[in-house]
Design a protein around this ligand. Sequence first.
Ligand SMILES: Nc1ncnc2c1ncn2[C@@H]1O[C@H](COP(=O)(O)OP(=O)(O)O)[C@@H](O)[C@H]1O
Ligand code: SF4
Ligand SMILES: [Mg+2]
Length: 327
Amino acid sequence: MLLEVRDLHVEFHTRDGVARAVNGVSYAVEAGETLAVLGESGSGKSVTAQAVMGILDMPPGRITAGEVLFEGRDLLKLKEEERRKVRGAEMAMIFQDALSSLNPVLTVGDQLGEMFTVHRGMSRKDARAKAVELMDRVRIPAARERVRQYPHQFSGGMRQRIMIAMAMALEPKLIIADEPTTALDVTVQAQVMELLAELQREFRMGLILITHDLGVVADVADKIAVMYAGRIVESAPVHDIYKAPAHPYTRGLLDSIPRLDQKGRELYAIKGLPPNLTRIPPGCAFHPRCPMAQEVCRTDVPPLYDVTESDAERGSACHFWRECLHG
Ligand SMILES: Nc1ncnc2c1ncn2[C@@H]1O[C@H](COP(=O)(O)OP(=O)(O)O)[C@@H](O)[C@H]1O
Ligand code: SF4
Ligand SMILES: [Mg+2]
């Protein structure tokens, strides 16, 4: 297994109390596989990713338990210096906002080139040639000229391509893309997502794609982990989830995707708001919003039940997963 996160717990000490942002998350990604992590804003998707990458703000954040196994090695046990070597060379991250991730006072060529001068000890001239090659690879037109430009001279979509190029530079084994297309226009979103998926296949990288948009994952993901209040509430191969969700929260997310064949129909929205993480509801955290909630849901935390029906592993943290799946 390329990456295996085991029972990860992260909390933040805030003025409001302890925010339990990640409460026992486990997921795994193999080489060449894409895992989509899905959930409303505030469900702990980014914090989990930051813990994996080793870029979590500590303090205020604190990893209280868990393991992050990368090719079998627990990254949480490494010294910062060793950790830094893994970052960039072995795993890289793509963020939503390229403009704040790129350095505004360096040309994109210098920033891309730095990956090779710093990490690979290349000469400036060779690094520049590599930068142009990378820009070509992410299909930025006129790369040879544009390599001299600054980030603000590129459109949002082109900047996101530069971020992808930066992440790809050292040919990492794992890429974590955190809402990589959220800030873009819909048509540009599709192009950037396609590029990412294509590169992932070509290089057989593991890809963790974080998104709150179920619409974009159907074509690119192999499997999905749905997060709610810092837990994985459903995990399954992508096709199984689209066929029939095994958790009412997943069903709510699916029902709130706009569909072309149902134009004019009022869009479903999950009622209420995600919980305050300093005061997560007892029992099933989703119960105040769940249309299927029963008495037991208020008191008993549902474990991640094994709901595997075919050969691909599947889990749901719902006491009534059978009713959800077959109802
Ligand atoms: N720097 C921080 N300081 C305090 N709390 C934080 C910080 N970052 C994240 N959190 C807490 O963790 C929760 C989950 O955040 P995040 O993982 O970013 O959610 P998302 O699923 O939208 O990516 C937030 O709602 C917040 O309560
Ligand atoms: S355990 Fe109960 S409240 Fe939670 S999702 Fe299932 S039915 Fe809804
Ligand atoms: Mg996030």
